[in-house]
Design a protein around this ligand. Structure first.
Ligand SMILES: NC(=O)c1ccc[n+]([C@@H]2O[C@H](COP(=O)([O-])OP(=O)(O)OC[C@H]3O[C@@H](n4cnc5c(N)ncnc54)[C@H](OP(=O)(O)O)[C@@H]3O)[C@@H](O)[C@H]2O)c1
Length: 214
């Protein structure tokens, strides 16, 4: 496959942006990037033009992934431009409103997590041609985690907030490129049938060959 076609939600910043850049540059993929902030998506296009000398390898859809129109647009654009879709990274997510467990609806929170895991399991069983896996990226240095450090003390208990501050201060926080390299390698073809339907930490032994070389 010369240019795998990969759709990435939340590709404007953080982990999604790093996955997009690695797919483009390291794995020679064509990328359709979705996010709500047009200027950030334009910055990804500019990255591709600068690094790859082409404006043919990135398409964007500006919008909220919870809107069906946005997903339909993404599929249409991929099919018109490249004729197929080979992989999808469902990455878009938000932290806000940040709240204590006591203040959020824990039932809904649990349901959303188990719904995602169930979706992955069902896809693996019902769509044997698709490899569907769920990846935990670790604690990654993105806007989301910066926000926890700067504003988390308003709602988190002191010990939990301190843990995030300490992870950063002691340089244990991951660079987005580390888990993103594994995610990119998996979505462009590294994910195999035996992985399907499962949940993995990004740095499990099975994915050692997909780690970023430093
Ligand atoms: N960072 C961590 O340590 C960590 C740990 C575990 C899991 N995660 C998960 O990894 C994913 C990425 O996290 P991150 O740290 O990279 O977050 P981030 O820096 O806040 O980036 C989130 C991305 O998602 C996009 N996005 C958010 N809501 C969207 C929506 N409704 N429609 C379209 N795009 C949307 C944002 O772009 P726009 O605002 O422009 O739309 C942005 O590109 C999230 O699902 C998060 O829960 C992160």
């Amino acid at each position: 496959m010369t240019h795998p076609v990969i759709v990435i939600t939340g590709a404007s910043r953080g982990i999604g942006r790093a996955v997009a850049e690695i797919c483009l540059k390291t794995f020679n993929a064509n990328v359709l990037a979705i996010a709500r902030t047009e200027s950030d998506l334009n910055a990804l296009k500019a990255y591709a033009e600068k690094e790859l000398n082409t404006n043919e390898r990135v398409e964007t859809v500006v919008g909220d992934v919870t809107e069906e129109r946005v997903i339909d647009d993404a599929v249409d654009k991929c099919l018109k431009r490249w004729g197929r879709i080979d992989g999808l990274v469902i990455n878009a997510g938000v932290l806000e409103p940040m709240a204590t467990i006591a203040d959020v609806n824990v039932g809904e929170w649990r349901q959303s997590k188990s719904a995602l895991n169930m979706l992955i399991r069902c896809l693996a069983v019902e769509e044997p041609d698709i490899v569907a896996i769920s990846i935990s990226p670790g604690i990654v240095d993105t806007d989301m985690v910066t926000f926890i450090r700067t504003d988390g003390s308003k709602v988190m208990n002191e010990q939990d907030h301190k843990w995030f501050v300490d992870v950063h201060a002691s340089n244990q926080i991951l660079s987005p490129e580390d888990p993103s390299h594994v995610i990119a390698a998996l979505v462009v073809g590294g994910a195999k049938k035996e992985h399907s339907g499962e949940f993995y930490n990004w740095d499990v032994e099975a994915f050692a060959g997909f780690m970023r070389k430093k």
